[in-house]
Design a protein around this ligand. Sequence first.
Ligand code: HPA
Length: 272
Amino acid sequence: MSTADPRIAEAAAFLRERGFGGPFALAVVAGTGLGPLAEALASPRSLAYAEIPHCPVSGVTGHAGRLVAGTLAGRPVLLFQGRAHPYEHGEADAMRVPVGLVAALGAPPLLLTNAAGSLLPEAGPGSLALVTDHLNLSGMNPLIGEPSDARFVPMVNAYDPALRAGLHRAAEAAGLRLHEGVYAWFSGPSFETPAEIRMAGRLDADLVGMSTVPEVILARFFALRVAALSLVTNYAAGFTGGAPSHAETKRVAATAAADVVRLLTAWLEDFS
Ligand code: HPA
């Protein structure tokens, strides 16, 4: 098997039949608490993941589990409202079908969003940060078991430089500060220890989280152009007196979701 996966073909055929065939200017995966992005889409139509063949259903609160098609800044957008995480069932390729679907439905650029902890003193809770590169500290990889040579995916410039430049232009146009940094993937679901965060800092990590990295690897496997945007919901463990929590993650993400909508609107306005 290579990038051709019968599960993805079946899911794509189902979506085309239901009028979700595209073309799309952009596909977005909404991370924890960023479900409200769906409310910003005009003329939205949605399908529950549970209805889509082989589409993984997230059991995590803050992830609605719906696929929404609509427009933002007049451009057609496909939004995955919620994601499945490797920490839910131990499968690093939990998002293989959704990412493969983006490739099958015309291969628009893919923007992955996530809630993240920050190791950057200047990027506190509520900040937005573009991911420039990653550290896979999980020991997992979504392409383990992939039999073809397609598994040897290059990861240089995995976070598409042109998409990143466009997002920086959009942030400027929208008057938003956009930090950037290296994202370290810890499997979760427990949060990191302060010692793990000190280690990640020594390895040059700026952001930490429990998602996104396997999706970027899958996106490159499917030859998609991909970018990732972190919404900082907390300082990483040990930075301040408090401990990160999922409740805090959801609360802060919800308050900053409006900034993400402004950024994406400005970005899409700039699409040719
Ligand atoms: N660590 C891992 N994942 C996260 C964090 C964190 O501090 N905050 C939001 N998601």
